[in-house]
Design a protein around this ligand. Structure first.
Ligand code: GDP
Ligand code: MG
Length: 162
């Protein structure tokens, strides 16, 4: 069986877009409306000759309390089932309470956690990623899943961690 990379984070940060970028196909559903990914769906990825499964997550509840509960739950499941977890944040929004909630769970993870700051579409936007050091995880990786900026470095890190 192949090792699993779980992509977690709050709705609309670009998890499904990142999954599509990683697998090189547009199979994960990307929506402007938050909460579209129904549950956990896995796809096969390949990078530098390493095969792995990448798992998109979602299934968000709409009210704030339910939302916090469901993202924490997804993080818990990832900690129990994945080999590497990628927590995705939105560089255009910055750190939110939802990010804090999931980071709090992931800080006690025995499974390695990689922090990705998405929607950093230009070099000028790089600075926005720095505030994500504040989540108390490892170094934030600035990237743009939509444009492919920085995703190679993230994939290098993922396969080096697997
Ligand atoms: P998810 O809910 O976390 O799975 O997020 P989606 O992948 O469905 O994306 C949510 C929205 O963010 C969509 O409108 C995407 O087009 C947009 N998006 C995703 N990645 C990027 C990015 O790198 N840059 C920008 N500007 N928008 C992005
Ligand atoms: Mg999604």
């Amino acid at each position: 069986v192949l090792p699993t990379v779980a992509i977690v984070g709050r709705p609309n940060v670009g998890k499904s877009t990142l999954v599509n970028r990683i697998i090189g196909r547009r199979e994960a559903v990307v929506e402007d409306v938050p909460g579209v990914t129904r549950d956990r769906i896995s796809y096969e990825g390949l990078w530098n000759g390493r095969r792995f499964m990448v798992q998109d997550t979602g299934g968000w509840e709409q009210d704030a309390k339910g939302l916090h509960r469901s993202i924490a739950q997804q993080a818990e499941i990832a900690m129990n089932t994945a080999d590497v977890i990628v927590l995705v944040g939105d560089g255009t929004v910055g750190i939110t309470s939802g990010d804090e909630t999931v980071a709090k769970t992931l800080r006690r993870s025995a499974t390695p956690v990689i922090l990705a700051v998405n929607k950093v579409d230009s070099e000028k936007a790089e600075l926005e990623a720095a505030e994500f050091w504040g989540l108390g995880l490892d170094e934030p990786f600035a990237l743009s899943a939509a444009h492919g900026r920085g995703t190679g470095d993230l994939l290098d890190k993922i396969v080096a961690t697997l």
